[in-house]
Ligand binder design. Sequence first.
Ligand SMILES: [Mg+2]
Length: 354
Amino acid sequence: MRITDIRFERAAFGFEKPMKVAFAEIKDMETLLVRMDTDEGISGYGEAAPLPFVTGDDLDAAYAVGKALRLALLGQDPVALGGIHRRMDALYAGNGPIKCAFDMACYDIAAKAAGMPLYRYLGGDVRTVHSDVTIGIDEPEAMAEKAAEWVSKGFTILKVKLGEDIGTDLRRMQAVREAAGPSIALRVDANQGWSVKDTIRIAPGLEKLSVGLIEQPIAAWDWEGLREIKRTIRVPIAADESCHTPTDAARLAAMRAVDVINIKLMKCGGIYRAIQINAIAEASGIGCMIGCMGESALANVAGMHVAAALDNIREVDLDAVYILSGGPVRGGFDHVGGRATLGDVPGIGVEVDF
Ligand SMILES: [Mg+2]
């Protein structure tokens, strides 16, 4: 099978309400969808969802690099993912989101050609995933209200954005715990907003509130700081912005700097690299989470397939489909609260108007 064409289209959608995290307020979103055609009549879809302050690119950059990568991939076998990544990496370092778009389209094609839903193509035997849902930074009362609303919709895991003044942050978590009740699992994402000392100071308070995980408490570059925190506090910590690539994962694992790695297809360049990160983590006794950017159901459902397929991905943070609205992608899964069941059609299984 050979790739005969790759086309691009922008997709626009929005948050119900702007999502505030420690380093930004994210409003309406645009991502770049790609459609990859082959000489066997099978087409695959992929998505690039850059977040400039995390991935280092934006939509225009993804499109510009995408046009160059397209030329390198035309005529290639989409099922041969090793060769696809070798060709992309030979042209551009980094650029995870657009590489992810092409990688995702290749996997979609490969799974369709095999007649299997993607999770099965990746070796999985279950098609359910249980995601958290994210609450952005706001006043404690507003966050508590949001927590109660998600719980009433059947969500049982809440990921709470913090990363400001730790006194206020602790009040936010107290309000959320009170509103959510004792049976709801809580995790925290500080998005690099705290210092090492802040994290060590707030950790016992979070532990009392039965917070199960603290994600990316400090600056992305400060791996020694993560290790110091891991050695000092009892709540498990996760790397998100600190871990983009398999190499990052290997170094964090060697340093014993974190308990969990949050894999995102946009950071690492797609499913092929996500599988490598997960393998490094699993072999090092580190559990993985899979997370997402502001992205359409296409990338989000692709992430669900990866989560369903890989046993070591124990935490799922694929909630864009629950928080965002609009866009040209539909279907692919059913859900009750945060428990999603993937469809059984070949490939990623979403419908894309393009
Ligand atoms: Mg995060």
